[in-house]
Design a protein around this ligand. Structure first.
Ligand SMILES: Nc1ncnc2c1ncn2[C@@H]1O[C@H](COP(=O)(O)OP(=O)(O)OP(=O)(O)O)[C@@H](O)[C@H]1O
Ligand SMILES: [Mg+2]
Length: 286
């Protein structure tokens, strides 16, 4: 059955109980295998995708904040790769795309990603921004017919970056299939509800149904509000899932265009992202 990453590094399959209905699939990849570095230490490059078929669940918020944790807490050279035409990840770092067809040219290999990558105010975080042309990326990938184009680009970028974080659009298509092929770990933000486990099962099934081999998939409760009974119940039902609290300071990130770790380092939300990042690093080291 598909491997589901657990909340704690030592219990990788516990969170998978709720996804037990997912179809049989072969083994997960080693954390660094997609970069051709199998056998190396855990410091080898890793690509982390933040993905869900659902919109508005916190993917961009997770991607931007986890990239910050990677760079500032683990002090890793980090690339935040925005694959959503909304451009939220770049926006959260105060960046705007410098053209309208740059992303398309990166995927067609007319342009090196290194010429499109922008630096942020943080030394170790760079962003590969999305632009208008990302809207047609799925059709472009289908036309190109290279199933591992995204994975190969990521592998090349791994020479410069220890961690690549993919901010994905809420789609299930060739682009998402390429994301899964490129990723060493998939993070799925889930709004807390009695249906959280079911929603997670659905994402796992869709990933497993579209790719022969897939990386570990880590469910994370997103926008958890402990004042709400259903949210508390969702956490009690899935005690091994990491959780990010609902917090107005997270919304403020879009106003100040800074990650929460920089804006409010002592806030519960910043602490929760740090804890989640630690769980991710432990998982990558498995
Ligand atoms: N923990 C949180 N606390 C409060 N607000 C949050 C939190 N996480 C996300 N939000 C807010 O929820 C909204 C949706 O979040 P986000 O844009 O990250 O979702 P998304 O999954 O990337 O959406 P899309 O599918 O449209 O790309 C944003 O306004 C964001 O500021
Ligand atoms: Mg988004």
């Amino acid at each position: 059955m598909p491997r589901i990453a657990g909340a704690s590094g030592g219990q990788p399959d516990q969170a998978g109980a709720s996804a037990s209905a997912a179809p049989e699939r072969p083994v997960e990849r080693a954390a660094s295998a997609s970069h051709g570095r199998a056998g190396e230490q855990a410091v080898a490059g890793a690509t982390i995708a933040v993905y869900s078929v659902k919109g508005g669940v916190g993917k961009t918020t997770f991607a931007a904040n986890l990239a910050w944790c990677s760079a500032e807490l683990s002090r890793r050279r980090t690339l935040l790769w925005d694959l959503d035409a909304a451009g939220g990840s770049g926006f959260l770092y105060g960046l705007e795309p410098k053209g309208s067809r740059l992303a398309e040219e990166v995927f067609s290999r007319e342009r090196s990603p290194r010429g499109v990558i922008q630096h942020t105010a943080w030394e170790r975080i760079d962003v590969l921004p999305a632009d208008e042309s990302i809207r047609a990326l799925d059709a472009q990938l289908m036309r190109i017919g290279k199933r591992r184009r995204l994975a190969k680009l990521a592998a090349e970028l791994a020479a410069d970056y220890e961690r690549i974080v993919l901010d994905c659009p809420p789609v299930m298509n060739e682009l998402s299939a390429q994301v899964v092929r490129a990723a060493d770990l998939v993070i799925v933000p889930l709004p807390p509800s009695p249906l959280s486990a079911r929603a997670f099962d659905l994402v796992v099934r869709e990933i497993a149904g579209n790719t022969k081999r897939h990386p570990p998939i880590l469910p994370v409760l997103s926008m958890l509000d402990m004042r709400r009974t259903l949210h508390r119940q969702a956490q009690e039902t899935n005690p091994n899932w990491p959780a990010i609290p609902y917090a107005s300071v997270v919304e403020q990130c879009a106003v100040h265009r800074q990650p929460v770790g920089a804006l409010a380092p002592h806030s519960p939300a910043a602490q929760a992202f740090a804890k989640l990042w630690n769980a991710i690093e432990r998982k990558l080291a498995d």
